[in-house]
Design a protein around this ligand. Structure first.
Ligand code: ADP
Ligand code: G6P
Length: 508
């Protein structure tokens, strides 16, 4: 893919709480650098194909002052990244506290999972300020600053305020989670400040147009004087483009990964171990948004209702450790592990274990082999911004042409063709169980047809394309006609959602 507009004279600065690598101290006083997991980091790898960018983020641990230069140098030389150091106490309140115990559950419409401590809000503000302090010395005229995700919602506003003297500075924001409807958004602390900050951007992007629409609605309710036309907002003399820009993956890279010797050897050993059995696969961070208990309950129900499958199908559930210091995540782990024990206790025999549960992070070659070996991928999230695992599964299914089972509540339902997936409601255990039966019994011809339809989208709407379109929208100040998928242009979907009275351009 070509790079971004060659006439662009500035530089791209990407800011996200999570750096592409996570740092751990080793016994010998050195540091170990491993790839961070999650859709944000995976998506940004595609951006690197179209533009060089500097990445600012938190290294994930407190680094002693004597080691800071060493870490800084290593990140600059190897990853073109700039660490933003935070004390343990501040990071705990910002990351585990405000970001992951308040914002994350509310953005996913789960207020019952939210907690609150008085000093989390202060820490959130302080960390957003610290990010700004660290970025300012790097910014020059004509630069584009692209801020990512819910940990840094106040940052665009702070940067705009402190960088008034820079010429032609563009600021963009992309949210990797859903945006809630206004009744959930208005529960949020800082809701006014969040809207004001995002309105200091040139472009605000979401995975789907539905989330963009929900943001526009919330902004109008929270901030008097906000006017809206189909794709932009006008406020205090500013025009802000707001739209869905669905992320994607680099499918070629997954196919290449799968062809490596390491992946092929993993694949052969999985096929040998599960010979004569079908494989259902779940790959999720161990997060309550992912609907892992619902998946286990449906699998249990399926085996109960369809005893003919006992011994002939397994569920491999990979649970990637995440945010383990947050209480709700600890509770979820206990719940999931109890359920795994219960399902296995109920249906296992000496020769057969129905659920294979792995609580760990695995290497990409093993992941690609698991994707390739699975007959069905089960995405059971009760809310999910987009879900890249579904894309990665399809990319690795060139030979098998397996079935994609997709919960109704996932952003990818708006980007991948629903008619090519087995769609279900994760809360309806009985029907979910029947959908598993349907997926397992699907004939080859039907699977092939569906695979091709999904693959066409996965191959076209890559993460490189996503990054290029977003940056070009910032540069040009206009949203290109088709930004999401060839068959269902979200722009059309969007316009049909807006009442006639609102489709005319509104003057600021
Ligand atoms: P989320 O962003 O909520 O975690 P996604 O499905 O969008 O959900 O993205 C998960 C990403 O994490 C995928 O790209 C997947 O390949 C990646 N991933 C899974 N396991 C690992 C791992 N062990 N190390 C690094 N990335 C991983
Ligand atoms: C989601 C969020 C990302 C986050 C990722 C992994 O994809 O949108 O911002 O990086 O999960 O979570 P973590 O807490 O490990 O960064």
């Amino acid at each position: 893919m070509d790079g971004i507009d060659p006439d662009f004279e500035g530089r791209v600065l990407v800011v996200a709480n999570r750096l592409p690598m996570t740092i751990k101290p080793k016994d010998d006083g050195e540091f170990e650098y491993s790839i961070s997991s999650g859709g944000l980091v995976a998506g940004m790898k595609g951006l690197a194909k179209v533009v060089d960018f500097k990445w600012f983020g938190w290294p994930g641990i407190e680094v002693h002052r004597n080691d800071k230069d060493k870490v800084r140098l290593h990140l600059a030389d190897n990853f073109n990244a700039v660490p933003i150091f935070l004390s343990n106490d501040l990071a705990e309140k910002h990351y585990n506290g405000f970001s992951n115990s308040i914002l994350w559950p509310l953005l996913h419409r789960m207020p019952e999972k939210a907690g609150s401590e008085t000093d989390w809000s202060k820490a959130y503000q302080e960390v957003n300020e610290i990010f700004a302090d660290n970025i300012l010395p790097y910014v020059e005229d004509n630069d584009m600053i692209w801020v990512h995700d819910y940990h840094l919602l106040l940052l665009p506003g702070i940067l705009r305020d402190r960088l008034k003297k820079k010429k032609n500075l563009k600021i963009g924001f992309f949210l990797h989670t859903p945006f809630p409807t206004e009744d959930y958004f208005t529960i949020l602390p800082f809701r006014e400040e969040i809207c004001k900050s995002l309105l200091m951007c040139d472009v605000v992007g979401f995975h789907t147009n539905q989330y963009a629409k929900d943001f526009l609605d919330s902004a109008r309710i929270v901030l008097p004087g906000v006017a809206r036309s189909p794709m932009d907002l006008h406020w205090a003399g500013r025009r802000v483009l707001v739209h869905g820009f669905p992320l994607g993956i680099e499918a070629d890279e997954w196919r290449e990964k799968l062809e490596t010797e390491a992946a092929q050897s993993e694949l052969a050993s999985i096929q040998q171990q599960f010979k004569g059995q079908k494989i259902l696969l779940g790959v999720d961070r161990l997060d309550y948004i992912k609907g892992i208990p619902q998946k286990l309950q449906a699998f249990d129900r399926f085996l109960t209702e369809h005893p003919e499958w006992v011994g002939k199908v397994v569920l491999i559930q990979l649970a990637i450790p995440t945010r383990a210091d947050v209480d709700t995540y600890r509770v979820l782990r206990e719940e999931v592990e109890q359920l795994v024990g219960r399902v296995n206790g109920k249906h296992a025999t000496f020769k057969y274990t129905p659920v294979h549960y792995l609580y760990r992070s695995i290497k990409p070659d093993l992941l690609s082999a698991l994707y390739a070996a699975a007959d069905v991928c089960v995405i059971s999230s009760v809310r999910d911004g987009l879900n890249l695992v579904s894309y990665e599964y399809v990319a690795c299914q060139g030979k098998k042409k397996g079935v994609m089972m997709m919960s109704n509540y996932v952003g990818a339902m708006k980007t991948l063709p629903p008619s090519s997936m087995v769609v279900f409601n994760p809360w309806d255990t009985l029907r979910f169980a029947e959908k598993i039966n349907q997926a397992l019994n699907m004939g080859e011809e039907e699977r092939e047809k569906r695979y091709k339809e999904i693959m066409k989208i996965v191959d076209t709407w890559t993460s490189a394309k996503w990054g290029k379109i977003f940056l070009e929208t910032m540069m040009e100040g206009e949203i290109p006609k088709n930004v999401g998928m060839p068959d269902r242009d979200p722009l059309e979907e969007w316009q049909s959602d807006v009442p006639d009275s609102e489709t005319g351009k509104v003057e600021p």
